[in-house]
Write a protein that binds this ligand. Structure first.
Ligand code: PEP
Ligand code: MG
Length: 841
């Protein structure tokens, strides 16, 4: 059956060709025609035409071929709506047959003509007749002999003569390309790249510029920037007597384009053609408003432009290209901001596995903290520290990490855990300090006692063996893998400053230590949105004092130990205030259960007994007594503040004294003090009364005044529901969506990693709710909390400080809900700044 030909269009400046009906390549070719570039005659087949071809309804070949006149050869290329969705490979040299071969041999020589015929026979045999490529494995090197052998092989395998009618050849090529697109594998592949199920394929049929023959003939590819860095530099290759992208296969005959000390160039061989191609590529950049790669052919000295493709680029190059286009006033700054995917900035902020490197993937887990690093496996924090002392890079491998491992995490170059999810301890700390981290790698058998890992394929890795952690892709790789350095270059800084100019929701950082605060400031965070003070207690000296405090028998004894912690905390806060130079700093009072600070094994108990001069049995008994069945919902947060109030008193005093200290040097510091895990108004009343009393005492003692803001962390569902009665007591409400998600779902943030991927795969949850805010459920609580809080206290400042604060989709939700700021790990601040800016465009 023949189909109506209204979907077959000759590409001219005015033809009705659109990307969503004929595909991106057809549309781009039309743009090149409009720019008056020397594009060979081209016909575009619409998605519908191709779909019908796949169904067996063929186009009118007479009409299709008419525009090509007596052009001897054609080629067909795919034209999907988005070039990233792929498509069948191009087929060149359609139309060659015995008669044309004879003519061509006269015109360009038998060798070149044989090469052309041979290529088509092979392409046709493999793509259309679906013969095994092995059939041609043994053909001779010489194209004239090889052609005879290939034709014979074709006839032997198919028991038919090689088709001689160009219309038949073209029909069959079109049909095979159309069907390839509709095949299940191709469909699944493109859907994985984001194509809709019914994505269409267009095809373009183009007169072939030969690239082989007499005079200077050949083909090549040119772009004006480097794809890895975005730096302005002519890249690409040209090869005489070649077609398509042959020159890029790295053969020794391929020439550089521009004059180059490493070897001969097209510029020297054919300076005029080189200058012409360069000028076209520059014209495309200006007129198509994009960095383009030009595919060209030279035919007896004449330049043909076959195609223009968006230059392939990694994240670093994407930033640099977008910024350069805006600086050259080719696109606006807003457009430049929109052209960079916020998450891709992670590639610039951390070292990454070189995309060209081969990967020996041992196992997969949750990509909890981006970046990549190679090191030797160690199974304890102490070994990580010892490795660091020897100047060796180590990867800390644990079933899960606990506060005791923090020093080890600082000493290691990467972390791998068996358990955990996006908000588990290792993940939060890893993101906080920019350490590559894969968690929840439960397909690996962790034999930590035997100090070995058994990989899913049975390979065993022992302490001291080298592995690479790819925290961006969530992979564990064997050995040392080549890495690309982080690249926070000038273009990155420029793009970030443009983002800040238009953003209308502030981005703060979750920063616990002076080092985190430095990172936060370098990334231009507008203050600290969450300082988890417990993280200040993990160095050896403080940990011992802290443990002493936990073991204190009476309130008096406890107060005495807290006296020793006070100057340490005061110094911490003074540092933070100084580093943040007047930007707001929100300090969360102590949150975790006390037993998290106690050792878990016998050796640890023994050490503690020695340090505190207590009998071992005493220590063991006290540790057991403090244990909880469900510590996440036990004695933590404000519950601790109410039952052991001396800790919050000490912290409040340290904050206020540091406030006065830091205010001496410049503008008055106004600290923000935040109460965690609130679920009832009365909790806030009790804590507020004590903190106000500490403030009054410090004012009295020092005879100096200061102000502070008190706030509540809304991280239990009840606090969100009762925000109306809590808000009048405070200046701000900050939603802690890690705990809020955990409690709304009844889903342990430390254990969810075990089944999360099954849940997402089976569509129970659309995504990991610890990663992307569940706007339906948890989001509803956020909205209720915000509305009720604001109704009761119109001045209350609203924000989010859970890990979702760095997630682009969640930022959009917070902006719509009218929040003042989001706060996230320091290394996610740039991603959040760009995502927030894009929301305003
Ligand atoms: C939260 O619960 O969202 C939060 C930020 O606190 P943490 O992660 O320390 O529990
Ligand atoms: Mg919390």
């Amino acid at each position: 059956m023949q189909q109506n030909d209204s979907h077959i269009t000759r590409i001219t400046a005015s033809a009705p060709v659109h990307a969503n009906t004929h595909g991106g390549r057809a549309k781009c070719l039309q743009r090149l025609v409009r720019l008056d570039l020397p594009v060979p005659r081209t016909i575009a087949l619409s998605f519908q035409a191709v779909h019908r071809i796949a169904a067996g309804e063929l186009p009118d070949m007479g009409r299709l071929l008419a525009p090509f006149g007596n052009a001897p050869l054609l080629c067909v290329r795919p034209s999907s709506e988005d070039p990233d969705w792929g498509g069948p490979g191009a087929v060149l040299n359609i139309g060659i047959n015995d008669a044309r071969f004879a003519e061509l041999s006269d015109r360009i020589g038998k060798q070149a003509a044989s090469e052309i015929y041979l290529r088509f026979v092979q392409a046709y045999a493999i793509h259309v007749a679906r013969l095994d490529p092995d059939v041609f494995e043994d053909v001779s090197e010489d194209p004239v002999l090889a052609l005879t052998e290939a034709l014979r092989a074709y006839e032997d395998e198919t028991e038919e003569e090689f088709p001689q009618d160009p219309a038949v050849q073209l029909t069959e090529v079109l049909r095979s390309m159309a069907r390839a697109w509709e095949g299940t594998t191709a469909r699944l592949l493109r859907q994985a790249k984001g194509a809709p199920a019914d994505a269409g394929l267009g095809l373009v049929v183009q007169e072939l510029a030969l690239g082989l023959g007499q005079g200077e003939c050949g083909a090549g590819v040119m772009q004006l920037v480097d794809s890895k860095t975005g730096a302005r530099q002519i890249t690409g290759r040209y090869q005489s007597q070649s077609q398509g992208r042959d020159a890029l296969r790295g053969g020794s005959d391929a020439l550089y384009l521009e004059r180059d000390p490493r070897g001969p160039s097209l510029e020297e061989l054919a300076p005029e053609a080189f200058a012409e191609i360069k000028a076209y590529t520059e014209l495309m950049r200006h007129k198509l408003r994009e960095e383009m790669q030009t595919e060209f052919t030279i035919e007896n000295g004449k330049v043909w432009i076959l195609d223009g493709l968006r230059v392939a680029r990694n994240a670093r190059a994407a930033v640099s290209i977008a910024v350069a286009l805006a600086q050259d006033r080719i696109i606006s700054r807003e457009e430049a901001l929109m052209r960079v995917e916020p998450r891709s900035l992670n590639e610039l902020l951390h070292r990454q596995v070189d995309p060209d490197a081969s990967r020996d993937i041992l196992a997969r887990g949750i990509a909890a903290s981006p970046g990549a690093a190679s090191g030797r496996i160690v199974f304890s924090a102490a070994e990580a520290q010892a490795a660091e002392a020897r100047g060796e890079a180590s990867v800390l491998v644990r079933r899960e990490t606990s506060p005791e491992d923090i020093r080890g995490m600082h000493a290691a170059v990467a972390v791998l855990t068996e358990r955990g999810g996006m908000t588990s301890h290792a993940a939060v700390i890893g993101r906080g300090i920019g350490l590559p981290c894969v968690v929840g790698a439960s397909e690996i058998h962790f034999q930590t006692r035997r100090k070995q890992l058994v990989m899913p394929d049975g390979r065993v890795f022992r302490a001291g063996d080298q592995i690479t952690i790819d925290g961006t892709g969530g992979q564990v790789l064997a050995g040392e893998t080549p890495l690309l350095e982080a690249a926070r270059d000038e273009s990155f800084q420029t793009l970030m400053s443009w983002a800040d100019d238009i953003r209308d929701i502030a981005v703060r950082a979750n920063a616990d230590t002076p080092a985190d605060a430095e990172v936060a400031r370098n990334f231009n965070a507008r203050g600290i949105g969450l300082c988890r003070t417990e993280h200040m207690f993990f160095d050896t000296e403080r940990l011992t004092v802290m443990r002493e405090m936990i073991f204190a028998d009476s309130s008096k004894d406890r107060a005495a130990v807290l006296e020793r912690l006070l100057p340490m905390q005061r110094a911490d806060f003074t540092d933070l205030f100084r580093i943040m130079q007047g930007q707001p700093v929100c300090i969360r009072l102590f949150d975790p259960p006390l037993h998290e600070f106690l050792p878990t094994d016998r050796a640890g108990h023994l050490q503690l007994a020695e340090a505190l001069d207590l009998p071992l049995s005493d220590v063991t008994r006290r540790v057991e007594a403090l244990g909880e069945y469900n510590p996440m919902l036990g004695m933590r947060g404000v519950r601790l503040g109410i039952t052991v109030p001396e800790i919050y008193d000490m912290q409040a005093r340290a904050i206020f004294e540091a406030t006065l200290e830091a205010s001496k040097e410049g503008a008055a510091v106004v600290p923000e003090v935040m109460i965690p895990l609130v679920s009832a108004r009365r909790e806030v009343e009790l804590v507020k009364t004590r903190i106000d009393a500490v403030a009054a005492a410090v004012r009295n003692e020092t005879r100096r005044d200061f102000t502070y803001r008190l706030g509540v962390m809304v991280e239990t569902p009840r606090a969100a529901l009762r925000a109306g009665e809590i808000a009048p007591l405070v200046s701000f409400l900050s939603f802690g969506t890690n705990d809020l998600t955990q409690m709304t779902y009844g889903l342990s943030r430390d254990d969810a990693g075990r089944f999360m991927s099954d849940y997402v795969k089976q569509g129970v949850y659309p995504e990991d709710p610890f990663h992307t805010l569940d706007t339906d459920g948890v989001g509803e609580l956020l909205k209720i909390g915000a509305e009720r809080g604001r109704a009761a206290n119109p001045d209350v400042v609203l924000s989010i400080c859970g890990e979702h604060g760095g997630n682009p989709e969640s930022i959009s939700f917070c902006r719509d809900a009218g929040f003042t700021y989001v706060s996230c790990s320091p290394f996610r601040v740039p991603v959040a700044r760009l995502a927030a800016a894009q929301l305003t465009v």
